[in-house]
Design a protein around this ligand. Structure first.
Ligand code: FCB
Length: 461
């Protein structure tokens, strides 16, 4: 047995990270255009002004995707490219770009998966408070309507928000991402509530206006908690920790996942942060909790959980684990089992079909003397994580797809261009693209529907 028929083998990107063309064809400024130009915010002073120049090279990029054999491509729409002021007048040239991209993907046999918001808020709306302004959920619904009216005759897969608690936490609390604010938790919880409402209203808008029956989800993140060993005490501790909120870790799946899927904030969030509680109007929770077709999970980071009374032998590696191969260039642990545990715990809690909307490795890839980009670590990383996705599938978890982060090397937010995540190498001097070894490997994995994951001809059950 291989992966399920129709499994969405994909790769993902986001508008600000790849498009460039920051002020072309009438595009308005986004908060990332402004933030990346502020001194000292981005490693190496990098900006997304040109990025991977995808706005001009999208045809070549679609051809590369077709060469890899992708079944699905997850990309995001730049809100200020469509609505330069965030609201009101629509910039037809911006819309035309996504229109052609969608046609190009479909002609190549690749299913477009659209994310409506991957962090590039129109600067004009930021000046009116951005995610802190309660009106933003209506602004977002208006923008959603523009996209859905234009693309839903051909697009059927939708995600409203990418990682809301990252853009709230990094953008409004720690300040490391745009718009770079350092506010108190009350403001963060209010921005979070507003973004949850935006999610709910966007889902309603898609369902009401889509011309093709839509498949709607969300792309969430949050540290996966994996058991330090497979002892039942550790598994129970990990399950609890994955959704628990305590004064130092509000950053987890429950903060956003519970309101969206279960219709209520987690009890312990209220208990610990009552003082900072956002204003919630009657009907808000109903608006937030819309039926979803899948729950998307971005997996990069995991922490260990150890059950009470269970002892993990000291000296067996970080957090007690001896078999951890290493850390990525982002400083994140390589921990393949975490994707299995994340999928399993989310499946148990939310009972929704799951999609890995992002997973991948940052490295320091470069063209070798033979002209090729050899990236064995990425191949090994992806194979290990995918085998753990398969393990979840074998145990009955409903996983519908897997998206490598990322298709192309790109602008990695505050870390600039140094960490390279792509299956495709981008030379930022001349924008030349080259398939890395991992892209060739991924093509075989897709062609064999996963059978090629195991080296040496072993077969997947
Ligand atoms: C995720 C983001 C994505 C990318 C990866 C590495 O948090 O959604 O844009 O930067 O991390």
């Amino acid at each position: 047995m291989t992966f399920p028929q129709g499994f969405a083998w994909g790769a993902a990107t986001a508008s600000y990270q790849i498009e460039g063309a920051a002020s072309e064809d009438g595009k308005g400024l986004s908060i990332w255009d402004v933030f990346s130009h502020e001194q000292g915010k981005i490693d190496g002073g990098d900006t997304g002004d040109v990025a991977s120049d995808h706005y001009h090279r999208w045809r070549e990029d679609v051809a590369l995707m077709a060469g890899i054999g992708l079944k699905a491509y997850r990309f995001s729409i730049s809100w200020p490219r469509l609505l330069p002021e965030g609201r009101g007048a629509v910039e037809r040239r911006g819309l035309g770009f996504y229109d052609r991209l969608v046609d190009g993907l479909l002609a190549a046999g690749i299913e477009p998966w659209v994310t409506l918001y991957h962090w590039d808020l129109p600067h004009a709306l930021h000046l009116q408070g951005g995610w802190l302004n309660p009106a933003i959920s209506d602004w977002f619904a208006e923008y959603t309507a523009v996209v859905v009216d234009a693309l839903s005759d051909r697009v059927s897969h939708w995600m409203a928000l990418n990682e809301p608690h990252v853009f709230v936490d990094h953008g409004y609390l720690s300040g490391g991402h745009a718009p770079g604010l350092r506010l108190d938790l009350a403001a963060g919880l209010q921005a979070g509530h507003n973004s949850l409402l935006a999610h709910g209203k966007a889902v309603q808008t898609i369902r009401a206006r889509a011309k093709k029956p839509p498949t709607i989800g969300v792309a969430q993140v949050g540290a996966v908690r994996a058991p330090a060993s497979e002892a039942p005490e550790d598994v129970a501790a990990a399950r609890e920790a994955m959704f628990a909120i305590n004064p130092s870790t509000h950053f987890n799946h429950a903060w956003f996942g519970d309101p969206m899927v279960l219709g209520e904030y987690p009890e312990d969030l209220l208990q610990h942060f009552r003082r900072d509680w956002p204003s919630i109007r009657p009907g808000d929770m109903e608006t937030i909790c819309q039926p979803l077709d899948f729950y998307g999970l971005n997996v990069y980071f995991a922490e260990a959980a150890v059950g009470a009374g269970h002892r993990v032998e000291p000296g067996t590696g970080p957090q007690g684990r001896g078999d951890r191969p290493g850390y990525t260039m982002m400083g994140w642990p390589v921990w393949p089992e975490s994707i299995y545990w994340g999928l399993r715990f989310l499946w148990e809690r939310y009972e929704l079909p799951l999609v890995i909307t992002e997973n991948g490795l940052a490295n320091t890839d470069w063209p070798h003397l033979d002209g090729r980009v050899h990236d064995p670590q990425r191949i090994d990383y992806l194979a290990r994580y995918l085998l753990q996705v398969k393990r979840a599938l074998d145990e009955g978890v409903d996983v519908r797809g897997y998206f490598v982060w990322s298709l192309l090397d790109n602008f990695e937010w505050a870390r600039g261009f140094r960490p390279r995540f792509g299956l495709v190498y981008v030379d930022y001097e001349d924008q030349q693209r080259r398939l890395k070894d991992s892209a060739h490997w991924y093509r075989q994995v897709i062609e064999t529907n996963g059978r090629a994951l195991l080296p040496g001809g072993q077969s997947l059950r």
